[in-house]
Design a protein around this ligand. Structure first.
Ligand code: AMP
Length: 470
């Protein structure tokens, strides 16, 4: 869970980078950083905070140059501390390079152990640093052949990576892994090229969306324009497997990801949910913000009016986003409050995009009953989350995923709703792909346990341990 951004060839590169990162803030709130290049020198500023707190006029002024890359981070590999804040800057025989990574590598620990045994000294606990070390070690004909170094490194790693790199000779590089788990899009802002995790950043800076970086593609942007290269190897399933959870929850609804409107996909999930699991009720409400488009879809399809029955305070972060359990527990009540005049005496359908541990739903049901709801019917616009993600979405261990060890009826009893129902896998797939329900072209491992790229030893151990623990 991270966002990456880059702008090449703009007089206000750092300022535009700062704005772009704002529009990607939902992808990570732990740290924010920018690296800019001028006269062959990379300058970096990172902080453990939101974008608006990480930068001020002074820090942006210290990042001169016409090309810059940025990163917002939510840790899924490596701990939450400054040394892991990206973009990283490193120096090797070919010059300086900076790297920003969204995704998770599954074999980083194996490679790291191997490199450490050979004498490498790692400075962070981030999986991204493995790519950096491999790039430095690559045997290439020309020292500054960053493309050859990168291809060598990416040939060794497995998993999810959407990368933006910046070299001291002002080349900006974008890469997506062969499966294309995480998004990465290319835009133009007048003469400048822009790379971003999501198009939401283009709308803010008024850049034009050109196209996606294709799975397994490397784009190199330099003074003369952009060239496209192939990674030239295949590490997973032949077909791309874009993360379906980006559509379900993670991406911003105003973004286009994998060529599709996130808002429309969520709305369709809600419509399908109403077809699959209708219920007699007086009002449909959403768990804001991520549940809103699906609730609108449910309302439209069922004919039951949609109301804002839960209000979200925008002055606290996402509930999940604070890593400690204690704060997360408090988070729900801190963030959401019911509107009594909407729910009092009513039969309420409450739509959320996903149910992970079940603690949010349980608290919401209690809150709604406290505000007078006569009946509360939970509707989840995705299938039960049964498996952890190892490709870059923060999901808890399998033992904490309530659907990994409980039936839907048991979950209903736990959250104390009058009824509970989930969207089917086919329903979700037809909502995102528009046609086939097979799910090809998407990774839905968190709902099925079918991991499209072979997991690393550590991931397998984690899966096994959790199974044994139950
Ligand atoms: P839980 O209480 O664990 O069932 O959390 C479910 C809530 O967390 C839902 O409202 C989701 O919108 C949200 N959610 C699901 N997955 C994630 C995630 N990876 N990060 C942050 N929030 C999430």
């Amino acid at each position: 869970m991270c966002g990456v951004f880059g702008i090449h060839g703009h007089d206000e590169a750092a300022n535009i980078g700062y704005l772009g990162m704002h529009a990607l803030q939902h992808r990570g709130q732990e740290s924010a950083g920018l690296v800019a290049v001028e006269d062959g020198r990379l300058r970096r500023h990172v902080a453990m905070s939101l974008v608006s707190d990480a930068f001020d006029r002074e820090s942006l002024a210290k990042l001169p140059g016409r090309t810059a890359i940025g990163h917002v981070r939510y840790s899924t590999a490596g701990s939450s501390e400054l040394r892991n804040a990206q973009p990283f800057v490193f120096e090797y025989a070919g010059g300086q390079v900076s790297i920003a990574h969204n995704g998770n590598l599954v074999n980083a620990n194996e490679i790291r152990s191997e490199l450490e045994a050979q004498g490498s000294i790692f400075q962070t606990s981030s999986d991204t640093e493995v790519i950096v070390h491999l790039m430095a070690k690559a045997k290439v004909a020309a020292q500054n052949d960053v493309l050859a170094r990168l291809t060598y490194a990416l040939n060794r790693v497995r998993g999810a990576y959407s990368l933006v790199l910046l070299t001291s000779d002002e080349r900006m590089i974008g890469v997506r892994d062969p499966n294309g788990f995480r998004p990465l899009v290319i835009g133009r802002l007048k003469d400048a090229f822009v790379l971003s995790s999501e198009t939401s950043a283009f709308d803010l800076i008024e850049a034009e969306f050109i196209r996606e970086v294709e799975p397994g593609e490397i784009v190199v942007i330099e003074k003369n324009g952009m060239t496209s290269h192939k990674l030239g190897f295949d590490q997973g399933s032949q077909a791309p497997t874009f993360c379906v959870f980006e559509h379900v929850y993670f991406a911003r609804p105003d973004s286009l990801v994998n060529g599709k409107s996130v808002y429309r996909a969520r709305e369709k999930m809600g419509m399908k949910l109403a077809q699959e699991h209708p219920i007699e009720a007086d009002v449909v409400i959403a768990v804001p913000d991520s549940g809103v488009p699906a609730a609108i879809g449910y309302s439209r399809e069922s004919g039951i009016p949609f109301e804002m029955g839960l209000i979200r305070s925008h002055y606290v972060g996402r509930t999940f986003i604070e890593p400690q359990e204690s704060i997360r527990h408090f988070g729900v009540r801190l963030k959401l409050s019911p509107v009594r005049s909407i729910v009092d005496g009513k039969r309420v359908v409450v739509v959320d995009d996903s149910l992970v541990r079940g603690t949010t739903s349980r608290k919401i049901v209690k809150m709604l009953r406290g505000a007078g709801a006569r009946e509360v019917h939970m509707r989840i616009s995705a299938p039960p989350t049964t498996h952890p993600c190892f490709y870059g979405i923060d999901t808890p261990n399998r033992s904490e995923l309530v659907a990994a060890s409980h039936t839907i009826e048991e979950i209903g009893r736990y959250v104390t709703s009058d009824s509970i129902a989930y969207l089917s896998h086919d329903g979700m797939m037809s909502a995102v792909s528009g046609s086939s329900s097979s799910g090809s072209g998407y990774c839905s491992a968190c709902f099925t346990g079918n991991y499209p790229v072979a997991l690393g030893t550590e991931n397998l151990v984690q899966l096994r341990t959790n199974r044994a623990a139950r």
